[in-house]
Design a protein around this ligand. Structure first.
Ligand code: AMP
Length: 178
């Protein structure tokens, strides 16, 4: 099928649901079949970036680790830079850190203190929005370094977990909502 005719429905059909991974009760959304299909991968990037043209975004920010895949491809398409938000302890230079709550315990994400110039226009991308803690922590880091967050976009949103409520004040878009 020509790329222009591919819709979120075609991407959704390729996402594999893996029950009880990585632990009992989790329905893991496996996006590797989407990545492996050249047209579906390209359509995913087109849909994630559809509100922007090259020159309108200074950097695309991806969240460790699957977010990197989509954000890096989106950055190339938009002729923008790519910036990683990583799990604590992985970035080599000076960082700001932001902890956030998990169901059990806390996680921490980090960004380089000089990742963008203040006022830079950034698009934040991750593969999946669940409870919203990860994306909210990433957005907080971007505020701290003075970035202007244009949109927060996901390939998949688990709507029943209401993660959007943690991202109020930002335009949030998802390609596929379960
Ligand atoms: P949350 O902070 O709860 O919104 O979780 C979002 C992060 O956890 C994303 O980076 C996802 O990659 C990952 N994640 C959470 N739930 C799932 C799931 N059911 N399938 C795949 N990835 C998930």
């Amino acid at each position: 099928m020509p790329l222009t005719q591919l819709t979120p429905h075609h991407i959704a059909a390729a996402i594999r649901n893996v029950p009880d991974f990585p632990k009992p009760g989790i329905q893991f959304k496996d996006i590797t079949p989407v990545l492996a299909d050249a047209k579906l991968f390209a359509a995913s990037i087109d849909l994630l970036t559809q509100n922007f043209k090259p020159g309108e975004v200074d950097a695309v920010v991806g969240i460790d680790a699957r977010g990197f895949i989509f954000a890096a491809a989106a950055a190339l398409k938009l002729r923008a830079g790519f910036i990683p938000v990583r799990k604590k302890g992985k970035l080599p230079y000076q960082t700001y850190e932001q902890p956030y709550d998990l169901e059990y315990g806390i996680n921490t994400v980090a960004i380089h203190t000089d990742a963008v110039h203040p006022g830079s226009r950034v698009l934040l991308i991750d593969d999946l929005l669940a409870t919203g803690g990860t994306a909210a922590a990433a957005a907080a880091l971007l505020e701290k370094i003075g970035a202007k967050v244009l949109e927060i976009n996901f390939l998949i949103e688990l709507g029943f977990l209401k993660g959007r409520t943690k991202l109020q004040g930002y335009p949030v878009r998802s390609v596929i909502v379960y």
